[in-house]
Every structure is written in structure tokens, then in C-alpha cells.
Ligand binder design. Structure first.
Ligand code: T1G
Length: 712
């Protein structure tokens, strides 16, 4: 087999007895980075001109096909007004499709986005049984930009193509075969390249050469595109790209291929310039960046977590225990009374039974998980635990008592973690003999569902303990974000001012429903007042009482929510809070509350409040506090704050998180608006110094974070 390549070649061409093999080697995921499309085009041209070559295979090195266009390039293309310094992918796909000889894509790992589009420009596609294919562009706020919306309908039909492009979920090889996207699947153990070469010989000698763009038969079956748009709008609320992807697929049903391609390209560029795409690409890389901690690298130790123990079987403790059981890690759960233990285990069983009832997993899987959970009333076996997580009532004295007890029991090297949502890890660590092993593992309720894990470092917490918990989060299926040890860490510290403003707005005359609707329409999963009812108004009430002595005299505090708590209206758990709830916990506005609020806050002038003011006061309260967190070093990067808000608080991904949203609005504009609020409402709205500085520089939180990371 002759090969022409140099170590740095991104694309290698080899020939073996009449079959050419084009291998892409662009680790880690064989993205179509600059040089790869050019390399493919060059190899195809050579194959076309070589009369000894019957057919060609296109394959990725390291058992991975192509993960798509290089997402890092999009920012540059958008900034350059659409100009690119590399050959357009559509041109390369046209070269492949018009090679004049069969080109077979041999897919292993993933063929996603431009990867699947490249495969579909080939004349055939074969795949390993474990491969997946898809058009996930909409998850980046984009649509397929290299013929995916025009070739996929020609292989899989219009309805399936619209679904794949609008929802973005990959499918496995078997499904792709069934749909007509791939032509052969090789079982595990069969070598993909060997199989592909044999397949190439077969088709080169026995099959007519058909281009995908000429296959129109499946376009005859037209689905209800409006119904598809409605389904996409329900699944991905406010996501523009999902709708545009359906528009592009629909074009394939009535436009010739070349026109459809041009229409797709226009829609793609519109999406590329959109804030939604900038936000979603920010999140794509952010989800991976938050795992990178200064001072921690591959050489940093991490302790193995094979046995866990949780103290407290309440809502949080039970949910945390489920996280371990779901990850196959045996976990002990200790309570102080049989009644509390039974209640906790009953809740765990009910949660699992719901999942079985919904078909998420089998009864056998439920039984296996339950068998991993050991309920108990004492510390038996805690000396075997690799991690002990305290998840009791949010009171410092009780937590200290528990940490004194476990410090005396736990084995050397065990991690002692608190699930506290606001309290000081340093103060908790101060009662132990091993502060370097004391850390915060702040799960979000319901812990077995919410993906966010705030890992909170104390002043003495070791890098090994941090590394262990960051990795544990991943093992539990969480997105771990490292937070500093300030009151409320990242999420709750910012959530305070956000909910404070929502309450102030109601006390100044906005309706409860209007405040929640504005934030819901912006994209939040729930409005700030409904969120309080969900979490339990008593949680915040208890914390406010715990820290009342820290409140600065004379600074305005919300009034109404404490009054609701004094009436026992804690929200969903008591059937009433800001809203009233029926047996299914469906919320309805309670007109009484509006009149009570007017009565309780009579001295606060009432006025008409615009939706813009509602949105800006709630969101910029988040941003202002986030700027302080960043400046004080309690958050490593602005994207860490964004990821916390996406996975812990239901902030919409297509807005990029509070800090990215502010960057996209423009910090000078945000700063100006905050100055207006400061003039109206006083020191609660003093702009964070970092925000003022960046606004003055015309910079962004993202640029600041990059500069700060370099400076570390
Ligand atoms: N471009 C650039 N970098 C990428 C990348 C991509 N397409 N995919 C992954 N990376 C980086 C990632 O940031 C990480 O970097 C490393 O590779 C490993 O990734 C024209 C417009 C393929 C399922 O959306 O879904 O094609 O953190 O940790 O868990 O129509 O990566 O190590 O520095 O995720 O094994 C469409 C995105 C693009 C696929 C592998 N394609 N990637 O998962 O590794 S738009 C996608 C993934 C497009 C065309 C359109 C996953 C993966 P670092 P990883 P993994």
C-alpha cells in the first residue's frame, strides 16, 4: 500500500489495488478545520485523474469520522462578515459528488454536522455498529450549512430530515440504515476499513453511480411542516435555528437542489450572525472550559470514590443518595429517626417508581439502584466511606456538630463534604482536623435531576480534594463548576438580588403574574416568584433570619415574602405562596395576595411598571452581582457563572447565561441602565467596579476572563 503523507498532514491519501483510502487525521475529533476540506478536495482530484483507481473510501483516523465544521472558526467567519480563508465546504462536497467514481464514507464514532453532510455527498455510506450520525447544528443556534437540509431529505425523507435538523439529536447506525442514510452497517468485531474496501469493490463493479443530489424519489412524501414547526417550538422554545432548519428542509420539497442549497446558505448565514448562535457556541465551549481549573492538571491526584455516605435523608439527602446509586456507587444514608429514614426511603422509591412507570428504566434497574442504598440510624460503615456528604438543615451549629462527629470517624483521605447552599465551608472546616479534605458539594434540587454541581473550595481545601469532587460530578452525570467560599457561592449569591428585585417590583405595583411572565418569555424556565414557591419560600426566610444581623441598617429589604411565610404560605409545599396550587401543584394567581401586598407595602409608592424595567432590573441585578463575584475571584471565569445559571437556575442556553447576555447587550448599555436604577433606588444598585471599568473600556466579561486566565 503506497502512502503519501507527512506527520503534519491533516488528510492522507493511500491506494491499495485499485481502491483509494482518504484518511482524515485532525485530532481530537477530525473536525473540518482549515486544511481538512482542502486536503479532501486535493485527494479527490487525484483519485479522479488516476485511471487505476476504481473507488475511494473516506475515513477518519482514531475510529472517529468527522465531528463537523470546526466550531472555533465560526466566530472568525461571523466577524469577517462571512468571508472565510478556507475553501467552502459546499465546494468540496460538490467535488466529492462529481468525482465520477464511487466515494464511500466509512463512519465510526460520530458523523455530525458537516461530518454527516460530507458523508451524504459521498455516493455511499457504511458504518460501524457503534457509530452515530446527526445534524446537531440547531444546538449551536445554526442550521446545517453544507447541504444537510437538501441531501438528508433525499436519503431519509422530508419528515425525518426535518426532525433530525430541527431537534439535533444523533441517531445510531441501525436507525440510520433503516432510514436509508447509511447503506451497510458492520457488526462489532468486523473491521470497518476492510469491510468498506470490499463494499467499494462491490459497488464499483455492479452499481450505477448515483449522486445524492439526484435522488428525488423520497421528496414526494410531504409532511405537515407547520406541525413540525409547532413540535419544534414546543421542544425548543424561542430557538430560531430549529424553525429555520425546517424552512430549509421544506425548500428541498419544492426547489431544485442548487436553489435549495442557496436558500439553505442564506438561512445559515442569518443564523451565524445571530446572538442565539453566539450564545450557544459560548455554552458549547463553556461546558468544557469549566472543567479546567488553574493548578489542576493530569498530574494532580484524585481520590477514588467507591463508597459514599450521606447524612440526612430529606429532599436533598435522598436525591444525592440517588445520584450515587444511579452511578453504581454504594451509598449509606443516615437519619436521626426511623420515621425520617422511612420517609426518605419512601421518597426515593417513589422517584424510581415514577421513572420505571415512564419507561426511563426497568424495574430490575430500579431494584439494583435501591440495593446500593443502605439506610441506617448510626455511623456504621462510615469509616469505609471515601466521601461523606452532609445534607441536613441549613444551620451552622448543626453542621459543625456533624463535622466534629464524622471527623472522628472517617478514614484518612476521606472527603468531608457539605451540601450547604450558602454557609461558610471555612467555618465548617474549622471544627475538623482535616480542613484540606473539607469541601462544598452543592447539589441543586431535585439533586437526582438537576445537572449542576457547585464544588465549593474552602481556604484550606486541597487541589486533590477539588480534583476528586470535580471528577465525581462528571461521574454522577453532573456539570461541575468550582466556586469560591463566599455567602451563597456563585448561584445563590446572585439569586438573592435577582429575587429581591422581583419582589421590589411587585411591591412597587407590578403584578405577580406580569413579573413572572416577562422572565418566562425571556426564556427562563420559571419566573422568579414561581421559582420561590417551587423551592419553598421558607428556605430563603430561614436564611434571612440566620443572617439578619448582617443586614445593613436602612437598606431596603423585601417585605411581602416574609409576610407570606409568617402566614405559613411557603409555596407549593403548603399549597399556597405567591400563587395558590391545586392537588397537581398547578399554579393560579391568588388575587388576595396582590391586595395583601398593597396593604403591607402601603408606604411604597405604586406606579405603572414596563416589561423592559421588569426584565432589566431582574437580569441586571444578576449581572451586577456576577461582576462582583468575578472581580473578587469567587468565580474563575464569566462562563463559569453562565454555566451555573444554565444548569442550576433554568437560564436559557440561547441567551448564553447572564454574563454572556450582558456582553451581547453591550456593557456600556448595561452600565448606563444600572446607573439609572442607582439614581432611582440607591446603593443596592451601585455598579460593580469591574462592570464600570469594562463598560468604560468597551470590553466584555469574556475578554476580561481570558485576560485574567492568562495572568494566573
Ligand atoms: N469543532 C471544534 N472543536 C470541537 C468540535 C468541533 N466541531 N467538537 C468537539 N470539539 C472539541 C471540544 O471542544 C473538546 O475540546 C474536544 O474537541 C473533545 O470534545 C457546516 C455548521 C463529537 C460527540 O456540533 O458533539 O458542522 O475541551 O470533550 O466527549 O453544517 O465533541 O479538549 O479543548 O466533546 O468525545 C456540528 C460537536 C458543528 C459536534 C465528541 N458538530 N462535538 O464528544 O469529546 S457545526 C457538532 C460533539 C457544523 C455544518 C455545521 C462532541 C463529540 P477540549 P468532547 P467527546
Amino acid at each position: 500500500m503506497s502512502t503519501q503523507s507527512a506527520p503534519q498532514d491533516l488528510v492522507v491519501l493511500s491506494k491499495d489495488n485499485g481502491i483509494a483510502v482518504i484518511t482524515i487525521q485532525n485530532p481530537p475529533v477530525n473536525a473540518l478545520s482549515p486544511g481538512v476540506p482542502e486536503g479532501i478536495a486535493k485527494a479527490i482530484a487525484e483519485i479522479k485523474a488516476d485511471s487505476t483507481v476504481l473507488a475511494a473510501i473516506l475515513i477518519g483516523a482514531n475510529n472517529r469520522f468527522i465531528a463537523g465544521a470546526d466550531i472555533r472558526e465560526f466566530g472568525k467567519i461571523a466577524a469577517a462578515g462571512g468571508k472565510r480563508d478556507s475553501i467552502g465546504l459546499n465546494e468540496v462536497l460538490d467535488v466529492i459528488e462529481n468525482c465520477g467514481k464511487p466515494v464511500i464514507a466509512a463512519i465510526d464514532g460520530h458523523a455530525l454536522g458537516g461530518g454527516l453532510e460530507t458523508a451524504m455527498a459521498c455516493h455511499y455510506r457504511v458504518a460501524a455498529a457503534t457509530a452515530h450520525v446527526g445534524q446537531p447544528e440547531c444546538k449551536l443556534g445554526l442550521i446545517p450549512g453544507a447541504g444537510g437540509t437538501q441531501r438528508l431529505p433525499r436519503l431519509a425523507g422530508l419528515a425525518k430530515a426535518a426532525e433530525l435538523c430541527a431537534f439535533g439529536d444523533p441517531i445510531n447506525a441501525a436507525t440510520a440504515l433503516e432510514l436509508g442514510i447509511v447503506d451497510r452497517v458492520f457488526a462489532k468485531g468486523e473491521d470497518l476499513l476492510t469491510g468498506a474496501i470490499a463494499f467499494a469493490r462491490e459497488v464499483a463493479l455492479t452499481q450505477p453511480l448515483l449522486r445524492t443530489c439526484d435522488k428525488d424519489a423520497k421528496l414526494a412524501d410531504k409532511p405537515d411542516f407547520d406541525a413540525l414547526r409547532a413540535a419544534a417550538a414546543k421542544r425548543s422554545r424561542n430557538l430560531n435555528a430549529a424553525q429555520r432548519a425546517i424552512d430549509a428542509v421544506e425548500a428541498a420539497s419544492h426547489m431544485p437542489f442548487a436553489e435549495g442549497l442557496a436558500y439553505e446558505q442564506k438561512l445559515f448565514m442569518d443564523c451565524l450572525y445571530s446572538d442565539q448562535s453566539k450564545a450557544l457556541i459560548h455554552i458549547f465551549f463553556g461546558e468544557r472550559e469549566v472543567a479546567k481549573i488553574p493548578g489542576i492538571d493530569k498530574t494532580t491526584p484524585a481520590f477514588t470514590i467507591e463508597q459514599a455516605a450521606v447524612i440526612g435523608a430529606g429532599t436533598m439527602g435522598g436525591g444525592i443518595a440517588m445520584c450515587f446509586a444511579n452511578a453504581g456507587i454504594p451509598v449509606r444514608v443516615k437519619e436521626t429517626s426511623q420515621e425520617a429514614l422511612d420517609r426518605g426511603l419512601a421518597s426515593i422509591r417513589k422517584n424510581y417508581a415514577n421513572s420505571v412507570a415512564k419507561g426511563r428504566f426497568t424495574q430490575e434497574a430500579m431494584d439494583k439502584r435501591l440495593a446500593l442504598i443502605t439506610p441506617q440510624l448510626d455511623y456504621t460503615g462510615f469509616d469505609d466511606a471515601d466521601i461523606i456528604i452532609e445534607a441536613v438543615f441549613e444551620g451552622m451549629e448543626l453542621k459543625k456538630q456533624i463535622f466534629r462527629e464524622v471527623d472522628a470517624i472517617a478514614k484518612a483521605g476521606a472527603i468531608l463534604a457539605s451540601n450547604t447552599s450558602t454557609l461558610s465551608i471555612d467555618e465548617i472546616a474549622s471544627v475538623t482536623t482535616r480542613p484540606e479534605f473539607v469541601i462544598g458539594t452543592h447539589f441543586f434540587s431535585p439533586a437526582n435531576v438537576m445537572k449542576l454541581l457547585e464544588v465549593v473550595r474552602g481556604a484550606s481545601t486541597s487541589l486533590a480534594a477539588i480534583n476528586t469532587c470535580m471528577q465525581l460530578g462528571k461521574k454522577l452525570g453532573k456539570v461541575s463548576v468550582l466556586a469560591g467560599n463566599c455567602f451563597g457561592f456563585i448561584g445563590n449569591r446572585m439569586f438573592g438580588p435577582y429575587r429581591r428585585e422581583a419582589q421590589f417590583l411587585v411591591e412597587e405595583g407590578a403584578s405577580i403574574a406580569a413579573v413572572d411572565q416577562v422572565l418566562y418569555d425571556f426564556g427562563m424556565a420559571m419566573g422568579p416568584l414561581a421559582t420561590g414557591d417551587l423551592a419553598g419560600l421558607d428556605v430563603g426566610w430561614r436564611i434571612r433570619k440566620e443572617v439578619a444581623h448582617l443586614q445593613k441598617p436602612g437598606v431596603r429589604q423585601p417585605i411581602a415574602e416574609d409576610k407570606l411565610c409568617e402566614m405559613g404560605r411557603f409555596g407549593q409545599k403548603t399549597g399556597a405562596g405567591w400563587y395558590v396550587y391545586d392537588a397537581e401543584r398547578k399554579a393560579s394567581v391568588d388575587p388576595q395576595v396582590e391586595s395583601w401586598v398593597r396593604e403591607w407595602t402601603g408606604e411604597i409608592p405604586k406606579r405603572e411598571i414596563t416589561n423592559d424595567e421588569i426584565l432589566d432590573r431582574c437580569l441586571y441585578a444578576l449581572v451586577n452581582e456576577g461582576a462582583r463575584l468575578l472581580e473578587e475571584g469567587f468565580a474563575l471565569r464569566s462562563v463559569d457563572i453562565d454555566i451555573v445559571y444554565l444548569y442550576g437556575y433554568g437560564f436559557p442556553a440561547y441567551r448564553g447565561g447572564p454574563m454572556k447576555y450582558a456582553d451581547l447587550v453591550g456593557l456600556p448599555k448595561v452600565y448606563q441602565r444600572i446607573k439609572e436604577f442607582e439614581a432611582q433606588h440607591g446603593e443596592l444598585w451601585t455598579p460593580a467596579p469591574l462592570l464600570e471599568q469594562l463598560a468604560r473600556e468597551g470590553s466584555t466579561f469574556e475578554a476580561y476572563s481570558k485576560r485574567a486566565a492568562v495572568a494566573r
